[in-house]
Design a protein around this ligand. Structure first.
Ligand code: SAM
Length: 327
């Protein structure tokens, strides 16, 4: 994958040194952010707290349109409409399979569901999310669409949906919150329950690559810092994700590496993070310091993520799974 300047250990070492300086430690480790007494960061304990408390950054710096995911670009440049590309890839599958009942898990502020419901009025769409603020914003934004609703719900227990009641379920950068082997198994079992035989699950998100265990320690550390920043216990290794899906009967389908397509959106945030950390040395330093605790989640992940792609620690992919045809 062409990764610009992000495929060298030197570039990562420089950015890790920037973080160590900013947080006043000799060297970064995931534990840097665990010492709550040192209060170096404003890290939050749950995804719900993280997304609620950083909402102003997401809508101010990342996407006023309401995206809480990275956009995709096929020409190497960032465009705001790239935030809709995942929805358009899902739409192609909805149309190809003739799906009539579609659910998004971890639907955030509703950008994907609203785009899909608007363009496909004969299909019924729903979204579930665990963050009440996101559900409220999504519901307000989608209020005019009769074929769309948002529900506050943990995607590991989709109790509002009956067995085999859905044709297609998808997630955009939310499935990573099934972040232990037990939660991954529970989420696949629940998806199998609600999907009709032969129904489709489509995911966009991260895995640790199969090569993760043999990588240089710093490349692993970059991935661990991203996980910590997003309040993810651990992304699954790609092959263990496949195995867990297979264990509940899903058949693997399409697999598309989207790191290159997401790079312009990723690098846009990386640049903002570099400016943020550089400003710690400027006369605005006291103000930036005040913002720092709350900004840590997104600034650390923005600084580390492109290195994890360039050095092969994380992959960002689209994957589809098909539910078994006979129960
Ligand atoms: C990176 S955001 C993606 C949001 C949305 N899919 C988008 O594309 O803009 C991840 C979302 O997953 C939600 N989430 C995390 N854990 C969840 C869970 N167990 N059940 C439901 N939603 C969850 C978060 O609240 C957040 O809205």
């Amino acid at each position: 994958m062409p990764a610009g300047p992000f495929d060298t250990q030197g570039g990562l070492a420089r950015d890790l040194a920037t973080l160590a300086r900013a947080y006043g430690v000799d060297a970064m480790t995931p534990a840097t952010f665990d010492d709550l007494r040192a209060a170096r960061t404003g890290y939050f304990a749950t995804p719900r707290d993280y997304y609620t408390s950083t909402e102003a950054q997401f809508s101010g710096l990342h996407s006023p349109e309401g995206s809480v995911h990275f956009g995709l670009a096929w020409d190497g440049r960032f465009h705001a409409d790239g935030f809709l590309e995942q929805a358009h890839l899902v739409e192609a599958l909805v149309r190809r399979t003739g799906a009539r009942h579609v659910l998004e898990i971890g639907s955030g502020k509703g950008l994907n569901g609203i785009e899909l419901a608007r363009r496909n009025p004969d299909v019924s769409f729903a979204g579930v999310d665990i963050t009440p603020l996101h559900v409220r914003i999504a519901s307000e934004r989608g209020a005019g669409l009769a074929n769309l609703r948002f529900v506050e719900c943990d995607f590991h227990r989709l109790t509002p949906w009956k067995d085999q009641s859905l044709d297609l379920v998808f997630d955009v950068e939310a499935g990573c919150y099934a972040d232990t082997p037990e939660k991954l198994h529970a989420s696949f079992a629940e998806l199998r329950r609600v999907l009709r035989p032969g129904g489709l699950f489509v995911t966009f998100g991260w895995c640790r690559t199969n090569a993760f265990g043999s990588l240089d320690r710093q490349a692993q550390l970059a991935a661990e810092l991203v996980e910590r920043a997003w309040v993810v216990h651990q992304f699954p290794i790609e092959r263990s994700w496949d195995r867990a899906a297979g264990e509940v009967g899903f058949a693997a389908g399409e697999r598309r590496d989207l790191r290159e397509a997401s790079m312009p959106s990723v690098v846009r945030l990386y640049r903002q993070a570099r400016i943020f950390y550089a400003s710690l040395a400027s006369p605005a330093r006291p103000l930036v310091r005040r913002l720092m605790r709350r900004s840590t989640h997104n600034a650390v992940s923005a600084l580390m993520l492109p290195h994890t792609y360039g050095l092969g620690a994380l992959e960002y992919r689209m994957a589809t799974l098909t539910a078994p045809r006979a129960s």
